[in-house]
Ligand binder design. Structure first.
Ligand SMILES: NC(=O)N[C@@H](CC(=O)O)C(=O)O
Ligand SMILES: [Zn+2]
Ligand SMILES: [Zn+2]
Length: 451
């Protein structure tokens, strides 16, 4: 396959040749072979596929919300070529059996590459997890969120020790429930669904609760020289607490593009953990994305059905979908001159690949996996839930502008393609192999780094 005439994120115009699953050459004036498929990318951009290190695909146990089939379709249609699934499924991914079962489903059904995380609860079996190609521990919940997997600090430190010994990063949901403000949930919380006063959720799960937990998690990581990755930092304070430490941080699209100003519009559909923050904090988080202090953008794609969300503020589950709209929203921000394309490339591909040791991914270079996206920055569209592919059928970004991929290629396979004239879409077949670079302990190594 040959992609011709597209611009890379840095503006250089190059042809990209794919041979099997890898990038064979990145050069000017590559000639197509006799029966080679040619994709004309003139006037468009070719980007490395996005690596979303934080999704909840809900299988097993939440199939009404999402499955590996629907979640990976949504990923492919949004230019995400690798996802990392979190362990708060039912049953949770905390032992060998649950890991193997989830890995088997993903191998059967996923259209994109994937890693599978191992969770930490009182019932977790670390030896079994570390005996498998677990991508990372996490998200380790320092406070309860969906799935009620919150743990105490001593268990977290034990998990960090074990992960560090096994050479595995630890992704942390950093909120300190002792610093939540229960008073914020007394009084009138509005009606159900969009009539709920979800700014109360933001007042309940305070910015201070995040900063305090980030500080603790980062300090614990430094103590053992382990790798702590803070999930979904939603405040400038949280991001700044990782600066100059060994820890890395991630920010979600909803904390970048929504704030408490959206609570009236969203109601419980804007309830998530950590919650939406005030407009000043949102702007400060965006500024840190722009200037390089944010390491990774990941979605925390956390679908729930509209029926599940259509309850009162205290009854509705936390979480919003986002895997399909991350790259489109970021590319629309590039169009508005709020971000550079290189920055988008770095936080969606280059940085997650280097932080999590995916040395075959994250860049358009000969020898790397052919995980590629072709986008036309001159072809923005309105985000509409009806056009998205997640099983949950709604989006908090309804009506915002996005730049959606025309074609998404995962290890040389076309995972998603859209005819830009008639709009017809098609998907490829499951990819069937774990993306993780780490070798299972005790397993026979292979030249490919254990993938
Ligand atoms: N973010 C959320 O509000 N919910 C997530 C869990 C999580 O990431 O904390 C979910 O799985 O629903
Ligand atoms: Zn979380
Ligand atoms: Zn999450």
């Amino acid at each position: 396959m040959l992609i011709t005439g597209g611009a890379l994120a840095d503006g250089r115009v190059r042809d990209v040749r794919i041979d099997g699953e890898t990038i064979d050459a990145v050069a000017s004036d590559l000639e197509p072979a006799a029966d080679e498929r040619v994709i004309d990318a003139r006037g468009k951009h070719v980007l490395p596929g996005a690596i979303d290190v934080h999704v909840h695909f809900r299988e097993p146990g939440g199939l009404q919300k999402e499955t590996w089939k629907t979640g990976s379709r949504s990923a492919a249609a949004g230019g995400v070529t690798t996802v990392v699934d979190q362990p708060n499924t039912d049953p949770p991914t905390v032992d060998g059996g649950s890991f193997d079962a989830k890995a088997a489903t993903a191998a059967e059904d996923s259209l994109v590459d994937y890693g599978i995380n191992g969770g930490v609860t009182a019932a977790w079996r670390p030896e079994e997890l570390f005996d498998r190609p677990v991508f990372a521990l996490g998200e380790v919940f320092l406070a309860d969120s969906t799935g009620e997997m919150g743990i105490e600090m001593d268990r977290f430190e034990d998990a960090l020790d074990r992960a560090t010994a096994a050479g595995v990063p630890v992704t942390v949901h950093a909120e300190d429930a002792d610093r939540f403000d229960p008073d914020a949930l007394s009084g009138d919380l509005g009606g159900v669904g969009r009539r709920a006063r979800s700014e109360r959720w933001s007042a309940f799960r305070t910015p201070d609760a995040e900063a305090a937990a980030v500080e603790r998690a980062v300090a614990a990581g430094e103590d053992v020289e382990g790798h702590v990755h803070i999930a979904h930092t939603s405040t400038p304070e949280g991001i700044d607490a990782t600066a100059g430490t060994g820890a890395t941080c991630e920010v979600t699209p909803h904390h970048l593009f929504c704030s408490t100003d959206d609570c009236d519009r969203l109601g419980t559909f804007g309830r998530m953990n950590p919650p939406l923050r005030d407009p000043d904090r949102r702007a400060a988080v965006f500024e840190r994305l722009r200037d390089g202090r944010v390491d990774v953008v990941a979605t925390d794609h956390a679908p729930h059905t509209a029926a599940e969300k259509n309850r009162t503020l205290t009854e509705a589950p936390s979480g919003v979908p986002g895997v399909e709209t991350m790259l489109p929203l970021l590319l629309a921000a590039v169009r508005r001159d709020e971000l550079t394309l290189e920055r988008v490339r770095d936080v969606t591909a280059r940085n997650p690949a280097s932080i999590f040791g995916l040395e075959h991914k994250g860049a358009i270079e000969a020898g790397r996996d052919a995980d590629l996206v072709v986008v036309d920055l001159e072809d923005p569209s309105d985000i509409r839930a009806a056009a998205l592919h997640s099983k949950c059928r709604w989006t908090p970004f309804e009506g915002m502008t996005g730049v959606f991929p025309e074609i998404t290629i995962v290890r040389g396979h076309v995972a998603y393609e859209r005819d830009t004239v008639i709009g017809v879409e098609s998907f490829g077949d499951p990819i069937g192999e774990n993306a993780r670079a780490r070798d299972p302990i005790g397993a026979v190594d292979d030249a490919d780094g254990g993938r």
